[in-house]
Design a binder for this molecule. Structure first.
Ligand code: NAP
Length: 527
């Protein structure tokens, strides 16, 4: 039985009187555990401990932090089926998804441990002194990355494991050497609590300083706001709505010392269907897109929320097959009643816009909180005139935009805001003729997909999960994959520093055997 407490360093506390419970969205009933929202004093304590841990934790070796991350992975696995049961009871997602997401979470932790083993993420760069250079001697300059300090992470409702307590933001920040305070998502507080206990247990076993990790409960904005505004917090990781991400970004910018907020917000992930492919493979793409729109009840930031094609008999046939395929799929529960309610409101708003027509909508009676899949269509001219049609409806929803010709399609793409992804689907031959369109899409996204759907985000070095605003607040960074660590680091340059006083990564002997840029060339060599 859970105690519903906040986890502050190595302590578990419940000093406040504001309480809440999570909801089982399938049964539409409250779960048993009562969670205690963190008080301002508890927030202060967590931040103070994180601040106190900053120096010691930042000074830990790559090996020690890698061991810590691997220990977290082991502790999460040791939670066994109890974690899976908790996850399912708080999300309505099936056991297979829970286990898959746990696997992804554990693998992410191991990925960052591997990055630490390699060590080159510190980007050591050395320009040796040239005292004889004319007309001016050149100084010895050595640069590498250092941790920013305590990071506040907001648990994401749609990834209770992979983007919450021990998710990608936390794993990459801990790998960077930054203490983390998680503001748990209220809808999966029990899952967050169990995973956070595992992190603390791993921290103790790996002899990490108290305060390297804390987990605060909250159902409301107060705790998150207090963290973002706290002068000792140095960066923020967020996944959620545009309203939430933008509010936190503004708050951070208004601080006396502004800090970065890496917010991953909405995306409609446009999918462009070229004419020739629809002649050849309309059945295949209708089925694939129906699966992608409904995957996880549409609760992915990479859900294909807009499809675009050229009007004609091929697109009409594609639309008919898509309608049939999507209605073959049994709808499933959404994550929580609020998301289900917002989804219904979003669909209603879209259906009320001028020119939209229903292509397919699950009409049969369903249990509460079920996401009933819906496809609408609209003419491109009406799409262009109405920005509401460009918005994300979070759930199993997509809007098919019918363009009269390729110019009409290009004019419509030109109005699409920044996205995490875009897909272009065409035959090998026809793709060659769409350079301009491909360039237009590339300029609006972080990931451009050829002949594939946007759902499914591989965790690896080449992944870019972050696009131009409003999909994220900083398109130069990714929230997924090895480079996610860069969000929590800043460069420091040492000028004419005695070798013994340099960080080991920059010393002449290269004791860590890092790949470094020395006088312009990448090398493992000593100096
Ligand atoms: P959310 O409403 O953005 O909330 C995410 C977290 O941020 C929550 O912990 C919330 O706190 C906090 N928060 C939100 N606004 C805040 C503010 N103004 N000040 C301080 N804290 C704030 O997202 P959600 O609850 O996960 O889901 C709601 C909607 O977000 C969905 O319907 C969907 O549209 C969108 N969403 C999008 C993505 C995506 O990747 N595109 C992913 C998940 C959700 P409290 O809950 O404690 O109030």
């Amino acid at each position: 039985m859970q105690d519903g407490k906040n986890i502050i360093g190595y302590d578990r506390t419940r000093r406040g009187s504001v309480t809440f419970r999570t909801i089982n969205p399938i049964l539409n009933t409250e779960n048993d555990t009562i969670f205690y929202e963190a008080t301002p004093e508890e927030v202060e304590q967590a931040v103070t401990l994180a601040h106190q841990a900053t120096h010691f934790f930042g000074e830990t070796t790559h090996e020690e932090r890698a061991e810590f991350l691997r220990a977290i992975a082991d502790e999460i696995m040791a939670l066994g089926d109890e974690l899976i049961t908790m996850y399912c009871s708080e999300t309505g997602l099936p056991e297979g998804r829970a286990k898959g997401e746990r696997g992804r979470t554990v693998n992410q932790l191991k990925l960052y441990a591997g990055l630490l083993d390699d060590g080159s993420y510190v980007e050591a760069s050395i320009d040796t002194a040239k005292p004889d250079r004319k007309p001016m001697p050149k100084e010895d300059l050595r640069k590498m990355m250092f941790p920013l300090g305590p990071v506040a992470v907001f648990g994401a409702s749609n990834f209770p494991l992979a983007y919450s307590s021990a998710g990608g933001d936390t794993a990459s920040a801990l790998a960077a050497g930054c203490p983390v305070i998680v503001k748990g998502h209220p809808m999966h507080a029990g899952t967050g609590n169990m995973v956070s206990s595992a992190i603390v247990s791993a921290a103790k076993k790996s002899a990490m300083p108290e305060g390297v990790f804390s987990h605060l409960n909250s159902k409301g904005y107060a705790v998150g706001e207090a963290l973002v505004k706290h002068p000792l917090i140095k960066a923020v990781g967020f996944t959620g709505s545009h309203g939430g991400g933008r509010a936190l970004f503004n708050m951070a910018a208004e601080r006396k010392e502004p800090i970065p907020v890496f917010a991953e917000m909405g995306s409609v992930n446009p999918v462009v269907l070229l004419p020739e492919i629809l002649k050849e493979k309309k059945e295949k793409w209708a089925k694939t897109l129906a699966g992608s729109v409904t995957l996880g009840s549409g609760q992915f930031c990479t859900n294909p929320g807009i499809m675009m094609g050229i009007k004609g008999s091929e697109l009409d046939q594609f639309t008919e097959i898509l309608a049939n395929e999507i209605l073959e799929i049994t709808p499933s529960s959404m994550l929580h009643p609020d998301i289900a309610e917002k989804y219904d409101e979003g669909k209603k708003m879209m259906k009320a816009q001028d020119g939209t027509q229903v292509v397919a909508e699950w009409g049969e009676q369903t249990q509460s909180n079920t996401g009933r899949q819906t496809i609408l269509k609209v003419k491109a001219s009406q799409f262009r005139e109405n920005p509401k049609l460009h918005q994300e409806v979070f759930g199993p929803f997509s809007l098919l935009v019918e363009c009269v010709n390729i110019e009409d399609l290009e004019r419509s793409v030109a109005l699409i805001e920044g996205q995490l992804t875009a897909s272009i689907i065409g035959t090998a031959d026809e793709l060659k003729g769409y350079d301009f369109l491909i360039g237009q899409l590339r300029d609006r996204v972080g990931r451009l997909i050829f002949n594939g759907v946007p759902t499914g985000v591989e965790v690896c070095a080449s992944m870019q999960h972050g696009g131009p605003y409003p999909s994220t607040t900083d398109s130069r960074f990714t929230a997924v994959g090895e480079d996610a660590i860069k969000r929590w680091l800043r460069p420091v340059c040492f000028q004419n520093c005695p070798d013994a006083l340099l960080p080991v990564a920059l010393q002449n002997a290269n004791p860590l055997n890092l790949l470094r840029r020395v006088d312009g060339s990448l090398t493992h060599s000593k100096i």
